[in-house]
Ligand binder design. Sequence first.
Ligand code: PLP
Length: 274
Amino acid sequence: MILIDDQLTKRENAHIDIEDRGYQFGDGIYEVFRVYNGKVFRMQDHLDRFQRSADEIGLQLPYGLDRLQSFLEQLIETNGLSEGNVYLQASRGVAPRSHPFPEESRSVLVAYTIEGERPLEYIRNGIRTITEADIRWLRCDIKSLNLLGAVLAKQKAKEHGCQEAILHRDGTVTEGSSTNVFLVKDGQLITHPANNLILHGITRLVVLELAEELGIPVKEETFTLEDLRKADEVFITGTTVEISPVVQIDDYHVGDGKPGPVVHRLQEAFEKQI
Ligand code: PLP
């Protein structure tokens, strides 16, 4: 079953109107939640970010977060989802095609579940990455449906036999195409500040909390491709990849080419939370 607005219905009953603004303009927002053992991890953080994204683009959600949470829980239970993800999106609704917000329209909300195990291979052995210019817009803090910049970067990574593209603006690393990026230097974590140039990742937030608990110092500061090259360890964070070590960037290995001790400590602490 899937959720459309306030109805749980069969997937074959779902139809997207050709004048849905999400479809025509990417005029909408989304969230991806991780489900462990039938329960959503950090549900409230994801719901709050969904509301914030909606507010930032002046999109009125059809109902409140409490109701949305109970619909999502119902969806997970109905589908018997134990391990996997929930995809949720809201578009500004259906209206004759014209750029400004329509006078009359109702946002369209859709959610569905995707079964899937944790990507243990990446988590344990690490991922390979390329670096790529960040050509996205200047409001990457909004989880908008416009993902073409991310799609192009991820495709390029795939063509190079890699799993992620680390994005940079004039040599300053922002984030991955669908992840946040951390480096470790002399026992300290460094990650891009949570401003308009990156998505304020929930997993990023969890790592900042865990680092504090573990007494690992953190700087939320910009760093360059050159800093990345000199890092002892590099890792990415995201709802679906959790905390995944980066073992290769373009044509060089990070550290000794194996996941390092700091990322291991964070992963262990993360496992306890999930
Ligand atoms: N950065 C970008 C551009 C993303 O698309 C995502 C996740 O989709 C993230 C970072 C990681 O965010 P989160 O940890 O909330 O999944």
